[in-house]
Design a protein around this ligand. Sequence first.
Ligand code: FAD
Length: 523
Amino acid sequence: LIAFMAMASCLSVVVSGHLRQIPAGGLPCELFALGIATKLRVGSNSTAKASSDFGRMVTAAPEAVLHPSTPADIAELVRFSASSPSPFPVAPRGQGHSARGQSLAGGGVVVDMRALASRCGHVNVSAGGATASPYVDAGGEQLWADVLRATLEHGLAPRVWTDYLHITVAGTLSNAGIGGQAFRHGPQISNVLELDVITGNGDMVTCSRDKDADLFFAVLGGLGQFGIITRARIGLEPAPKRVRWVRIAYSDVATFTRDQELLISKQAREAGFDYVEGQVQLNRTLTEGPESTPFFSSTDIGRLAGLASKYMTGTIYFIEGAIYYNESTAISVDQKLRSVLDQLNFEKDFLFTKDVSYVQFLDRVREEERVLRSIGLWDVPHPWLNLFVPRSRILDFDAGVLKGVFADANPVGVILMYPMNRDMWDDRMTAVAGDDDVFYLVGLLRSAVVADDVEQLERENEAVLAFCVNEGIGCKQYLPHYVSRDEWQRHFGDKWSRVAELKAKYDPHGILSPGQKIFSSPA
Ligand code: FAD
């Protein structure tokens, strides 16, 4: 044995005068002879970045990261793995804003989808006309913030938004994409008209409700299991210019949920708020949390803490609502707001309003990100737990979790609680909705400020899940994370056999998105 030469992650080894290539990692050497070889990065700088995610709870290092120039590059990679005698995992990664390693590919290849944005990325708007409805064709790698910017140039915008816009189109469509407009228009996946997908066999397929519908429905909410989305066609509506943004406080959970459900009911869908969410401030949050927030001034927080102290549980709930308007409807916005508020039973004098541009409203979490970054609370572990809780058990959940398990919980983070209508979800899609005709998202979005917090927060999360099981609450995880096949089967329920069948059809080697840990993967 005479010499070693490093060629990507293969070693060229000269043995007795003959050049032989052996893989230095788990990837086959032939991979580095493909046309995409120059776009594969194996250096630790690249692989380290793709080894973790926003959650900072899981790490898994890939052998290489692909920086594709076109969707065809991704297809070449997937086709190679699928036809290799030893297939390796491939995970498309958007912004890597998952919390539990869902975009990782230990021992395989991560596809940095964002590389497409700078090379061939696109957001093309079709403004529609007398007979056609407007839509946008957006690369799966695009950030929702960029989709917003491009569509607004045409006075248009998608109907449903996640709270945070600096995540990718395909990353949210792989889950569902929910927010305060979902009660009216369904999750983002309900607003998709067509997709370009690279399957786990490396085939490039354009699919819709009418063409290759099984792939279309599989991929929406499909947790990256059936294909890599490279383009999504999404319906648009005329964009408003401004938003009247309100928060109203409640001390009683039954009144809070009754009012929320009124606001998302059929009659309110016609004439009420355009956006409905809700938050919970636990006992200690108002006294030990930040002195002010981008929404509440320190005076507001002081008043709210005073309100909380009047009640034994100290828990305060907010409905967050928004009414969209523009020049022609500005004159009636106050009247509309008054007529909506007149039907509600919030704490007198605890109405907080802001008037902001549509972009400021949609991009509001960016401001919170800036604040959190400035105090070192953004790049910390996020043991988040999101649950869909059926309407019929939300009060039990409140009593057992928010006033039980969390009675003394760490106040750092946000707790979301808002209802959605199940009839706006399409059961043919892989995404799993909550039970009951109305179900709540309860987002336990807490941060671990010091390392010890992680264990404590995880213990509390486990206690929450145990409570849900023991009390038969019927919770479903959103952005799900399970470790066993049984749990995944329970999660998908009636959908499981279909999910397994479609996986066998579209990703028979189990290559795609192994970080979800649903199926066995090759590595
Ligand atoms: P990644 O984390 O990169 O990927 C997520 C999954 O999708 C992985 O399994 C990955 O392999 C797969 N994937 C990525 N790209 C593709 C592709 N092109 N084709 C197929 N599969 C792909 N969610 C909501 O619904 N509503 C909210 O309001 C909301 N707010 C959030 C706020 C913050 C601050 C954060 C951090 C997250 C929030 N989320 C919300 C969750 C977010 O939607 C998901 O974590 C989403 O997956 C993040 O997108 P991403 O681009 O970072 O995806």
